[in-house]
Design a protein around this ligand. Structure first.
Ligand code: PAF
Length: 277
């Protein structure tokens, strides 16, 4: 496994792989790797000829400076996990490499920007759009892998790839869960033992709502009940619990079992903001 830190280091390697007609898979991450990330790596290894994993805690996508300051960094353990998976390259750029000058360009993802994550984390998707574009330009993968847990991020990146004609394929990998159902997330590391127990509320609320929807109960009644459940949990602070169209992220006020729908949730548990769908 080779560590690379700049585009200049990567360019001759990239050219060599291009000449050999080898397909490059990119797994963009912010480190603090868990089994959900490793699922992306495993999928890349099965799909592409070689796999590049990038680790970069991107400052421009944090709308909350405290969240950035507290983002877990576990580089040594991450590199060990990636070596165990026989990853070919790890791209570890510095902030100066990724942002040699402040980025003045701003993305506006339109309607996607103003709903759910876009609404509660202003500027977040601009930061994601900028850094993912930079990674695509620097690494030039034929295929890139993202997790379904960040469902709206997937929508943003699909739009980025379509609107800017990136010549690559996106692969979306299902969410990996802990045995009790909690979606794996680097932020889970920040939960205290009691918060970790309470965090299961996100998953149980999704399961409860889904069961009730299929039993024919009215969505708005379900949503009201779930909001009350969160309200009754002192550790939780719910931001949204919405039934949405997974392409436009428009909220539905009623469930139609023949149209593709996702339930998306975001809630603080203690000081840690978690999402699931
Ligand atoms: O999903 C993430 O970890 C980040 O948003 C990404 C895609 C690596 C961009 O920094």
């Amino acid at each position: 496994m080779k560590l690379i830190r700049t585009g200049a280091e990567w360019n001759p390697l990239w050219l060599n792989h291009l000449q050999k007609k080898q397909q490059i898979g990119l797994v963009p991450t912010m480190g603090a790797l868990h089994d959900g990330h490793l699922d992306l790596v495993i999928k890349s290894k099965a799909t592409a000829d070689l796999t590049v994993v990038s680790i970069f805690v991107n400052p421009t996508q944090f709308n909350n400076p405290e969240d950035f300051a507290k983002y877990p960094i576990t580089l040594e353990a991450d590199l060990q996990k990636l070596a165990d998976e026989r990853v070919d390259y790890v791209f570890l750029p510095s902030v100066e490499t990724m942002y040699p000058a402040p980025t003045r360009l701003r993305f506006d993802f339109g309607d996607l920007e103003r709903k759910l994550e876009g609404k509660f984390r202003p500027g977040h998707f601009n930061g994601v759009g900028v850094v993912v574009s930079k990674l695509f330009h620097l690494i030039r993968p034929q295929v890139a892998f993202f997790g379904q847990k960040d469902l709206q991020q997937v929508g943003i990146i699909k739009r980025l790839v379509n609107d800017l004609s990136f010549e690559l394929k996106l692969e979306i990998v299902p969410t990996r869960r802990e045995p009790d159902g909690l979606a794996m997330s680097s932020r889970n590391m920040r939960l205290s033992p009691i918060e970790r127990k309470k965090a299961i509320l996100l998953f149980t609320s999704l399961e409860k709502a889904k069961t009730e929807l299929f039993a024919g109960k009215n969505w708005l009644e379900i949503q009201t009940q779930i909001k009350a459940d969160f309200g009754n949990e002192p550790f939780a602070n719910l931001e949204y619990f919405e039934l949405v169209n997974p392409e436009t992220f428009e909220s539905y006020s009623q469930f139609d079992r023949y149209q593709k729908s996702f339930i998306c949730v975001a809630s603080y548990i203690g000081d840690t903001r978690l999402i699931d769908n």
